[in-house]
Design a protein around this ligand. Structure first.
Ligand code: SAM
Length: 304
């Protein structure tokens, strides 16, 4: 059997993970690392059933141009976008342990109302779009597309268990120059699992009075200095990682961006695998995790 893993890894800190695809002695060495490449093809080369939990945020439909060939998010039609993501998440489901889960953060979009490009704004050059999908068939200009639920239904159909929708409420949401609808100040986070039963520690993130965690999370957005795109607030990632994985487990983010999931995984004694198409962001994520890495190495030695 082919021994995968090692040649992808650029950033080493090794952890030994039991896996069904073994090299003879019941385990395979998975190194924490950031892999440069397209999520679908990288995932296709990974062994099955070694990731305990996934925290990820794919590019939203029609929102940003990440200026990389093969990027997700610029499909002409929301259905095409959803199908591309479903294909990627099928591979994600394969690499999950039987009791594994995925936290999927996804935002919504409006149809463009006929504009096919968007000017850069002074504060955020990443908002410029050289192409913008036209208003898709079946939708009208100015409409909310409903991307999160379209994707959630498609993932259910593909075999995922949709276990929860979480509203991430952003108390510091950007103002919008709209006068005929409420300003959007939330995004969705879906908890999806591979099977009916899965690893979930309800005590990991205690609420006041020991109550069970609620489904509306108030978390301030926090820009990461060198990234010109939206990054995860570490607090949001930490909630997810602590609830659905244990120290020593592997956490995956197939759309790593600036590496928030990698940094939070390391800080919580988890191994991580990150996949990112844009090599500039890979550099960012590696710089961000480099110092944390040595700490993680020591902790792995202690655990193992
Ligand atoms: C919304 S950002 C993720 C931000 C991340 N959560 C953070 O905290 O920095 C989405 C990322 O997906 C990357 N991306 C787009 N298409 C991809 C693909 N086909 N494979 C892997 N990464 C891709 C983009 O370059 C971008 O960095």
């Amino acid at each position: 059997m082919q021994h995968h893993t090692v040649h992808y890894v650029e950033y080493p800190s090794e952890v030994v993970v039991p896996t069904s695809e073994t090299d003879g002695n019941g385990s395979v060495a998975i190194r924490s690392g950031v892999i440069t490449g397209d999520a679908l093809s990288v995932l296709g080369d990974l062994p099955s059933e070694f990731v305990r939990t996934v925290v990820t945020s794919p590019p939203y439909w029609s929102l940003r141009d990440y200026a990389t060939l093969g990027q997700i998010g610029l499909e002409d039609d929301p259905d095409e976008y959803v199908s591309s993501l479903v294909r990627i998440f099928e591979e994600v489901r394969r690499v999950l342990t039987k009791d594994g889960s995925m936290w999927l953060n996804i935002g919504d979009s409006y149809t463009s109302g006929g504009r096919t490009w968007r000017a850069p704004d002074k504060k955020n050059p990443m908002r410029a779009m050289t192409t913008r999908p036209p208003t898709p068939k079946g939708l009208k200009p100015k409409e909310l597309v409903g991307i999160p639920w379209r994707l959630a239904f498609a993932l259910q159909e593909a075999g995922w268990y949709l276990r929860s929708d979480v509203i991430w409420r952003k108390p510091n949401a950007h103002p919008e120059s709209v006068k005929d609808r409420p300003t959007r100040s939330h995004e969705y986070l879906f908890l999806l699992t591979k099977k009916e039963r899965y690893y979930y520690d309800r005590t990991a993130v205690p609420e006041v009075n020991g109550r069970n965690m609620r489904s509306v999370w108030d978390i301030y957005t926090q820009p990461f200095p060198e990234a010109h795109f939206a990054t995860f607030p570490p607090e949001l990632v930490e909630r997810c990682i602590k609830t659905t994985s244990q120290p020593g487990d592997v956490v995956l983010d197939p759309f790593l961006g600036s590496g928030t999931v990698a940094a939070v995984a390391i800080e919580n004694q988890r191994a991580f695998l990150g996949i990112e198409l844009n090599s500039e962001y890979v550099g960012l994520a590696r710089r961000r995790t480099a110092n944390l890495g040595s700490r993680f190495d020591r902790q792995v030695e202690e655990v193992g």
